[in-house]
Design a protein. Sequence first.
Length: 298
Amino acid sequence: PRSFSAAELVRAAPALLQPYLRLMRLHQPAGTWLLYLPCTWSIGLAAAPGCLPDWRMLSLFGVGAVLMRGAGCTINDMWDRDYDRQVARTASRPLAAGDISTFQSLVFLGGQLSLALCVLLYLNYYSIILGAASLILVITYPLMKRITYWPQLVLGFTFNWGALLGWSAIKGSCEWSVCLPLYFAGVMWTLVYDTIYAHQDKRDDIMIGVKSTALQFKEDTKQWLSGFSLAMLLSLCVAGMNCNQTLPYYSAVAAVGAHLAHQIYTLDIDKPEDCWKKFASNRTVGILLFIGIVLGNL
């Protein structure tokens, strides 16, 4: 029997559409969650005391996350198609495998960005400008692995833009005493989960000459991940204090800390399947914090 999952939905789609759905990674929703969750934190923190987050904004940002994650993956695969052919895990991606052409991908990218712009235009002017500014990061991030061992840091700047945008969408501008610590916490979180993710491909990366924090940290990875986790937790506490959060919020921060500690302690950086499992479990981290924000606000 078929299970109800994103992968099954993609497999059930018409054959003509499947390469495009795989190009935008619709069959692997973990990345979409990791892009979306910082938006939910910000929208939740911006809600009036005693109120639930704006469900329309949560829905709008959900659609935006699917589209922008898809656009980011399309750009990434266009830049990396020659590299992807040399890595076992990525050789079956539509561009690398020749299922669709670069021109078709470019047209598809234009469609995704056009729809994402429609979503952005529902927001206030401040948020439209702020959201448009993130496109620079979306386009340039895939190049970073060629020039620095810290592409995960640039991904953090890109993936957590919603921590700024969610607040401005509700309030009309950013409250920097809240938004900046929240954004920094998200960047630190990305360094944790994407360094874990990068350990899946480190052998192939060495062979083809691309860089990552996994290759930079090597056997010291767990110490670095612990430092990033601590920085994330401290930043979340600062953000909470600056918007008068309450006990449930700090309880969720503690639960996030426990989850990260377990991830890092049990991580086997030499087993790709364990790295994927730990990476994907970070959706739980983001959901825990969102629940804490909602309960703390109520």
